[in-house]
Design a protein. Structure first.
Length: 274
């Protein structure tokens, strides 16, 4: 019993007022650094060109993890008598505590650590996890936060990367593909539909001129389905871009005398058409 008590007592250093003050100072400095980084870097990213925005945003979670590691390296020697024997004892006790008390939190934090290096998502990416689609605004230690098109903030634990597919629309790039769909009746000239839709995209004010414009036509039982695929200059303009393509595309088809098809809502909702 005395040996166990002596071993536990040897784990800790003498903690006086100066040690407490130094620990408090470290916590305050790291907290202030993280808060400044989370505010200044996103603000700076909005001022930079699109190609530099995502790399700048990606430094926020990395800096937060580095700051936390530095704080741990600063505080641990102040509290604990760091020796190899004590380290093994402390590591064993902590691993047991993590395993039983906070296994779900540890699972999410470990997944978040792997996410920093595998990069299934980054700040500024537009991703879909399950039914949630939106822009990544925060990659935290435990979870990722998305801002949806409806301006809702959705928090998703990192451990979803173990069990679900993650669809990343731009994967760190400054633009993403947008698709506008058109349904055209048969028994009319089809050779002018694709060039007409392509010209609509090429005259859009949102178009990224460095990326290709593609039109794909497909036979379906009720009509011809055309998909107009193009890239906006900014990912955040994707919904305005799709709206512009849809409105002006339908107007151009109408002016050219191309008859569009009216698809019953039950077929659209049942995903029987692409």
């Amino acid at each position: 019993m005395e040996d166990r008590t002596e071993r536990i007592s040897n784990l800790f250093n003498t903690i006086d007022g100066w040690v407490v003050a130094e620990i408090a100072l470290g916590i305050v400095l790291v907290w202030a650094f993280v808060q400044i980084a989370q505010r200044v870097l996103p603000w700076l990213a909005d001022l930079l060109p699109a190609k530099l925005r995502n790399p700048t945003l990606n430094t926020v979670p990395i800096l937060r993890v580095l700051a936390l590691l530095l704080l741990i390296l600063w505080i641990v020697p102040l509290i604990f008598n760091v020796t190899l024997q004590n380290f093994i004892f402390i590591a064993g006790a902590i691993s047991v505590a993590i395993g039983f008390a906070i296994k779900d939190l540890a699972r999410s934090m470990i997944a978040g650590f792997f996410a920093l290096f595998e990069k299934p998502y980054r700040q500024g990416d537009w991703i879909k996890i399950g039914d949630d689609y939106g822009e990544v605004i925060t990659v935290g230690t435990r979870a990722v936060q998305l801002r949806t098109p409806d301006d809702n903030v959705v928090t998703i634990a990192h451990d979803r990367i173990w069990s679900e597919n993650i669809s990343n629309a731009n994967d760190g790039f400054g633009t993403l593909m947008c698709v506008a769909t058109f349904y055209v009746m048969r028994d009319q000239p089809m050779d002018k539909v694709a060039p007409l839709l392509k010209s609509v995209a090429q005259t859009s004010p949102y178009l990224d001129l460095d990326r290709p414009v593609i039109v794909i036509g497909k036979n379906e039982p009720l009509c011809m389905v055309y998909k107009l695929k193009a890239y906006p200059f900014e990912p955040r303009n994707q919904f305005a871009f799709i709206t512009d393509l849809t409105e002006r595309g339908n107007a151009a088809l109408f002016e050219a005398g191309v008859v569009t098809a009216s698809i019953p809502q039950e077929l659209l909702s049942s995903n029987q058409l692409p």
